[in-house]
Design a protein around this ligand. Structure first.
Ligand code: SAM
Length: 288
């Protein structure tokens, strides 16, 4: 996977790429990331990338010309010309405008973006600043706008880093265990997990779109709190049941909206009913 990032703050990405899983993925060549300084595509003394908005109003807007030149330098023509100018055998580049107005970024979209078998598939991330980017860039070059949440950031760089991290860890070989992503929050269901993959831990369920369960490590007792008993006795069925019940409980408490879309088995529904009963507020006594 190749990420091309277009930004006015290229230095932002130094630490993003120097730590943890991303650092290893880059070092092993599983992921490539090229950061492009938008100011390199300007031609005036001040390296101007922004201008005042037509129609008046707050702030400045990123100008279209430097961005169009940046795309040209990456060999990315406007959308209308891609069918005739790009190699049709290769995965088409995905040009993404980071924007609070975009479609929400989800684990399922991260999975789609990580999916192309072509290791040279490219994702171009356009980082806006100020009031945003001249809309014609979106119209001409961007496949879609992407938002990382319902809040407004000062720039697209943080959002680009989020996308790169979430997508990269789903690329085969990046995480130690191929199946890990399935067992996390928003992961796939049991039926979509390849049980032939070595090391698939059957003390877990695929999350099936639920939130993850709580994790514990040594010591077995800390600050007067003991690790839940089912995790200590090595009974894989009991561990699986406890973890599923916790997933359902946590999802019900923090993200009930996910339950409607989750892949729930008959057993899940029973557990969920039990969780609902346990957590329901006591019925108030009838008034006299
Ligand atoms: N005027 C814009 C609006 O109200 O939607 C906000 C612009 S924001 C200050 C500057 C840049 O930050 C945007 O162009 C975009 O690239 C990025 N940005 C802000 N919030 C974002 C979000 N939730 N997701 C992705 N990118 C975001």
């Amino acid at each position: 996977m190749r990420f091309e990032i277009v930004t006015i703050f290229p230095g932002f990405f130094t630490s993003v790429f120097e730590n943890g899983i991303l650092r290893r993925a880059l070092a092993e060549g599983l992921v490539t990331a090229n950061v492009h300084d938008l100011r390199a595509f300007t031609h005036d003394r001040h390296r101007t990338v922004d201008d005042r908005p037509f129609g008046g109003g707050e702030g400045m807007v990123l100008k279209p010309e430097p961005l169009a030149e940046a795309f040209a330098s990456l060999g990315i023509p406007p959308k209308s010309q891609r069918a005739t100018t790009l190699d049709q055998k290769a995965a088409p580049p995905q040009v993404i405008m980071l924007s609070a107005q975009g479609r929400p970024f989800t684990q399922s979209l991260a999975r789609q973006l990580a999916a192309p078998a072509d290791p040279n598939a490219r994702i171009v991330l356009v980082c806006g600043r100020y009031e945003g980017v001249d809309e014609r860039i979106n119209q001409l070059y961007c496949d879609f706008e992407l938002s990382i949440g319902d809040y407004v950031l000062s720039g697209g760089e943080l959002a680009a880093a989020v996308v790169i991290d979430a997508v990269s860890r789903l690329i085969p070989g990046v995480l130690g265990n191929e199946a890990s992503g399935a067992f996390e929050s928003f992961g796939v269901s049991d039926s979509d997990i390849d049980t032939d993959v070595e090391g698939v831990p059957r003390s877990q369920h695929g999350s099936g779109g639920l939130l993850d369960y709580p994790h514990y490590t040594r010591p077995a007792e800390f600050a007067g709190l003991r690790v839940p008993e089912p995790l200590l006795n090595g009974d894989h069925q009991a561990i699986r049941r406890w973890r599923r019940q916790q997933q359902l409980q946590k999802t019900l408490a923090n993200r009930p909206d996910l339950l409607a879309r989750a892949a729930l088995s008959k057993e899940d529904r029973k557990l969920l009913d039990a969780v609902r009963q346990e957590t329901a507020p006591p019925e108030s006594s009838p008034r006299n």
